[in-house]
Design a protein around this ligand. Sequence first.
Ligand SMILES: C[S@@+](CC[C@H](N)C(=O)[O-])C[C@H]1O[C@@H](n2cnc3c(N)ncnc32)[C@H](O)[C@@H]1O
Length: 291
Amino acid sequence: MPQYVRPTVRELIRDGRDRLLRAGVETATLDTELLLAHARREARSQLLANLGEYVLRETAEDFESLLLRRLAREPVSYIVGRREFWGRPFLVDPSVLVPRPETELLVERALKIAPPGGIVADIGTGSGCIAISVALDRPDLVVYATDRSPEALAVARLNAAELGAEGRIRFLEGSLLDPLPERADVIIANLPYVPTQELAELELEVSSWEPRPALDGGPDGLDLVRQLITQLPSHVKQPAACLLEIDPRQYEAVTEIVRTVLRGWSVKPLQDLSGRTRVADLSFFTGSLYR
Ligand SMILES: C[S@@+](CC[C@H](N)C(=O)[O-])C[C@H]1O[C@@H](n2cnc3c(N)ncnc32)[C@H](O)[C@@H]1O
């Protein structure tokens, strides 16, 4: 017979939430529910339908160890090992950035502008969230994904296998556009863009847990973006597009880099749902056939 101990699901949630709140975690209620649901191996919606149930002793112990990790400010996504992106669950661990909702803007735009049968490259693929989402939603495309981190590429390959994109994406280790074996129609990149001196100001979940090479963009945050823009002419077709995720404060600087470095390219801003510019949308020959 399984052993039952008090408290109930409801009581464990209340206790966990209070402890996280005291530690300064703003998303305390949601996080507690996700961790207890993970410990009980059920969806959060099921957990919330079972608030009055007593919890198995071993489940309560598992929950306590998950909560202690969260109290040390480890992101929930690393603790449960997954994060939802573009409607699919991606495996994540501390070798990859946790995919962010704003990055879905890159996927949405790439799906719209990639020409039929075109070549798309996701630069700095991390968990593979962008490349895999694009490959699964547009089976006609050839998709490359690069990263300088072999550990990140291993996670991306696992995600591709788990989500049914195995064989659809060529994963390449190397810096920026260097590993691409052919010219692309669309380059997509969510490169590190946090200015080095701002890294310490980020919330603890990011600064202490997420990989620094996924965040640090150099003195103005644009070291890698600048390098990639410089490499574009030798790695894209005509016409072509390049979608860069940026901090809203960097848009003017990016347009200036494009004006200085590239000929024949234009830039426009893409906003997220709250109206903040999150993507610089670069195009080579405006008025091309597929825009
Ligand atoms: C901000 S993370 C983005 C990860 C993923 N694309 C996403 O949107 O969640 C940046 C990624 O770029 C990789 N990276 C950093 N410098 C790089 C370089 N020079 N060439 C290729 N990838 C690089 C990091 O390893 C990291 O995986």
